[in-house]
Write a protein that binds this ligand. Sequence first.
Ligand code: NDP
Length: 477
Amino acid sequence: ASAQIGVTGLAVMGRNLARNFARHGYTVALHNRTAAKTRALVEEFGDEGSFVPTESAEEFVAALERPRRLVVMVKAGEATDAVIDEFAPLLEEGDMIVDGGNAHFADTRRRERKLRERGIHFVGTGISGGEEGALNGPSIMPGGSKESYKALGPMLEKIAAKAEDGAPCVTHIGPDGAGHFVKMVHNGIEYADMQLIGEAYQLLRDVAGYSPARIADVFRTWNTGRLDSYLIEITAEVLKHSDPKTGKPFVDVVADAAEQKGTGRWTVQIALDLGVPVSGIAEAVFARSLSGHTALREASGHLSGPTPKPLEEAEAARFADQVEQALYASKIVSYTQGFHEIAAGSAEYGWDIDLGAVASIWRAGCIIRAAFLDRITAAYARQPELPSLLSDPRFASEVEGAQGDWRDVIGTAVRQGVATPGFSTALAYYDALRAPRLPAALTQAQRDYFGAHTYQRVDRDGTFHTLWGGDRSEVES
Ligand code: NDP
């Protein structure tokens, strides 16, 4: 046994992660169901470091130093269970299986429980950054036991992305499924970020009347300010790109039906279960669904409404600045909602997640990396028990500064007939939080009327019911 770590599942993610470990001086045992991939990796990249290619589960396990650290990078779902069933019987107490796939955290909890009985650590680990991140430094979100993190943490810290201050983008998130939960919400926030960027783009196109190349310049400018982030940066790149075949803006030749793999949907499903309002993420998931309903869209193409009229040059420039404000304020709201979901998951499952640490490990390596995350870490450092990001005075004042423009942009979008579900739902969330009274009072009254569901009063303790079908007097229940 000579390898400090092993990787099984050598598709794009696994192979790059294995190379990343090897480049940091670790001896890496390699395994893949189809052995040709193992051989190809060694042939192509064998000189990058020390690899031990193996062709059977027994050989793979035998190649690993104890306690064994076995990273599984296979297709999430049944394949993960198949691989665990294959390897677990060969492992001994204290060994660790690290699942770096995009598993559902409930599956991770189930797997962890089962393996714990046998003394094996199961470390469900979120890995973000795509194939490029896997190779050059991803953001890593490991769950599992504290003990497993002692053995794994130092290796993960080596291969993780490094933030500007040099800190590795990895931290022990919490027990069992905590890592995959946080990765799931990360992806949900990513959906919301992308939707908001899409809406900003559409407004600049239809209302400001800008070309994609001009919008690319606007995004590039935004990327030098508080919106500085990977997604804004690549948006500028994409918008600048022309289709080599037709010479048209690339964005105009891509079919406008967005796909999804499922983590955004999970974020919303779990939020519904936990009772957390993540309306921005939900709108982003729904916007992708709507875009893919080709028949529905074709059948609705004749529906009447305004056609956007592009603004004059000077007005357009002013409008572009307002869109930046709207985008930033909406972004604060989506992060507020995402962090609320993490806090709720942490409370529900007893994970004790450090929210500021989560924001800090997203600063590099992952898709939502952004300068903005430093502000979230700082907010939780100022007040660890912050009930909501919007309770932080600095975020609150930033939204306050942006909200005039935010409202104007949404008003313009509504008048011109440009759909902005992300911007609009974010503002609705903000206004609902601010409201001294919500129409929920009426909802409760209605519920009491048709279903005798009872209500509480603002002026007295107790639970009440009005005899709606009778003399409408109130009874205490
Ligand atoms: P895929 O999700 O395409 O999975 C392919 C790998 O899974 C291959 O090594 C394949 O082996 C193996 N596999 C599939 N079924 C089985 C099985 N029944 N038994 C054993 N092995 C099996 O690969 P990716 O590299 O794209 O992703 C790996 C994991 O990382 C996934 O869980 C994914 O969700 C996650 N992830 C991916 C990201 C990305 O950007 N692609 C980003 C972050 C996480 P074989 O070669 O024999 O077919």
